[in-house]
Structures are given as C-alpha cells and as structure tokens.
Design a protein around this ligand. Structure first.
Ligand code: ATP
Ligand code: MG
Length: 307
C-alpha cells in the first residue's frame, strides 16, 4: 500500500534565515497513529504547517493521498483535518455555526447529522449554541477538533491537542482518536506528554533541531532501547560485590542490602545465569521487583545523546 503521506527531502529556511527543517524524508502509512516528538523549537509545527499548505517549503516535495501539495493543493488539503497548536477561533460565532462553516469551506454540502455526531463525541453538544468567547480554554481546543473533523478528513493532524485539557477530557479525546483510527483515519500528533505517545502511537518519530533523528515502530523502540532493572532485597547485607558475580551488570546499593541488575528488554537470557550464580555464591534474597524504562526515558536519552 503506498504511504498516505510522502515527504521527500523537505527543507525550510524562514525569512529570518533560521533553518527550521533540514532535508526531512518521512512516509506515513494509511491508518496509523504517528507521534512526532521533539523539544520546543524542533520543527514539529513547521513540518505540519508545510504538509497542510500553510507554510511554503524552501525545497523538497510532499504528496498527500496521491496529490502534490503544490500542484494539487485543494485536493491535498481536502484530505486533511488540522487541529493547530495555537487557538484560533471566531469569538462571536456559536459552536454549531463555526463547525458547520468549516465543512462548507471544503465545498461539502451541509450534514447536520455529522456535525451533531462530532459535537457529541467531543462533549460539546450542550454548548452548541454558546458563543466561542464564552467557552473555557479546554472547550475551545475541542471546538478546534470539531472544526477539523467537520469535512470528514482521511488524515487528521493534531498539534498538541491536549495542552490545557483536563485529565478526564484527555481520556475522552484519546478515545475519539482511537475511534477515528478504527474508522480508517490516519492520525499524526505532536505532544509533550510522552506517556500519551507511549499509550497511543503505532510509530514514533523524533525530531530535533530540524532533523528527524529516529523513526521507529513504538513497540520495537521500547524493545530495543528500553531497559529493565531487577532489584533484589538481600537476606544479609554485603560489604562488596563478590568476585563470582563480576560477569553480571550488577550494582550494590548503598548499605549493601539491595542488588540492582540492569538488562535490556530483549536479552533476558542473562537472568537465569545470574540467579544460578547467586545461588552458588550463597546469596539469598527475600523480595524482588522489576522496573522498565518508559518512552520518556528513551526520549530524554535520545535528545541528550545528540545534543
Ligand atoms: N514564522 C517564523 N519565522 C521565523 N522563524 C520561525 C517561524 N516559525 C517558527 N520559527 C522557528 O523555527 C523553529 C521551529 O519552530 P516550530 O514552531 O516548528 O517548533 P515546534 O517543534 O513546533 O516547537 P514547540 O514544541 O514549541 O511547538 C523555531 O526555532 C522557531 O523559532
Ligand atoms: Mg509546535
């Protein structure tokens, strides 16, 4: 299946001279949830803005659902729903009117049943007759999502959709995103809540300083870069690590009552050997627990490594 979005050798130099994107190439598969992660100023919004036709690229090309974003702008844009990072809504309009209007912008006939469904999914139905300026910040952000979905796009960009949204509504929002994905919509999101990417994404891309430094299947990334730690609570404290255990990646916690074994999530073979060697050395333990690094740990390591 050809990718639904194909980005090739894309660069952006702003008029200020700032080189915000450097030779980016990236394919997005149909029906996936792709999380774009990166520190402030990395170029996430710039990339999204170019794909959505809001910012002009300095070099390179983008195809959306088979359409070139330059030669065939209208068709490309129609396939996309964009929830921008900045709140931009018409203060005096009602929720109902602004959402319906967004659909009309793409030349589609009115479909009140669809608009109602979208507003209900976003818990905005009760607010349909309210003017946007009377809504809270989190509600305004949901109106932006409703507007983006009004023309039933096949691709949805969410640029920091949950900034300023409370925990319960964030859960609702992710439920909606999953529902859209199940309906065949491709979703590209940026977020600074990396636990969200960990929970939601099929694939993760990390962008730093205008360059894509990693694109990986999320599960594969966690498997490859994730670390696990096994902590053993010893029956009797040790003054030092016995030489018999030198071959294992072990550390003795201060006080000598805990042994910490670090291993990567793909190689658990060393564990059997460790337990055998502990037994042979007469070291007993009465409790143990394991912990695993999160996508956040991996992300922080990655960004630090390239700094
Ligand atoms: N219109 C502009 N003119 C000049 N420079 C810009 C413009 N827009 C963005 N930049 C610069 O380009 C870089 C990338 O900005 P961008 O908004 O794409 O980052 P981001 O990854 O979305 O960051 P954040 O996580 O803070 O939203 C930044 O250094 C920013 O200052
Ligand atoms: Mg941004």
């Amino acid at each position: 299946m050809p990718p639904i979005i194909s980005i090739a050798s894309l660069s952006k130099v702003y008029a200020s001279g700032h080189n915000a994107l450097k030779n980016i190439s990236l394919d997005i598969d149909k029906g996936e949830i792709f999380a774009l992660l990166g520190p402030n100023g990395a170029g996430k919004t710039t990339l999204i803005s170019i794909v959505c036709g809001i910012v002009t690229a300095s070099a390179g090309s983008v195809r959306v659902d088979g359409h070139c974003i330059q030669k065939d702008y209208k068709a490309a844009r129609k396939a996309i729903g964009l929830v921008p990072q900045e709140l931009t809504t018409d203060a005096f309009e009602t929720v109902w009117a602004t959402t319906g209007f967004s659909r009309g912008l793409f030349g589609l006939p009115p479909d009140p049943a669809h608009i109602e469904r979208v507003l209900r999914d976003l818990s905005l139905w009760d607010k349909r007759d309210s003017r946007i300026m009377t809504l809270s910040g989190g509600m305004k952000r949901r109106v932006l999502i409703a507007k983006a979905l009004a023309h039933e796009p096949r691709i949805l960009f969410l640029d920091e959709p949950t900034a300023g949204v409370d925990v319960a509504l964030r859960q609702d929002m992710w439920r909606l995103v999953r529902k859209l994905r199940d309906g065949g919509v491709t979703i590209i999101l940026t977020t600074h809540y990396i636990d969200e990417a960990e929970e939601m994404a099929d694939r993760v891309g990390v962008i730093r300083n205008g360059e894509i430094i990693l694109v990986e299947d999320k599960a594969e990334l966690m498997r490859k870069l994730g670390r696990k730690q096994l902590t053993l609570q010893l029956d009797a404290p040790l003054a030092a690590l016995p030489p018999a255990l030198a071959g294992h990646s072990l550390a003795l916690a201060p006080g000598g009552r805990e042994l910490v074994y670090t291993y990567d999530t793909k190689g658990e073979a060393g564990l059997t050997g460790l337990l055998a060697d502990l037994g042979a050395a007469g070291i007993g333990f009465h409790d143990l627990h394991t912990s695993q690094s999160s996508l956040e740990d991996i992300f922080v390591d990655l960004v630090k490594e390239r700094a």
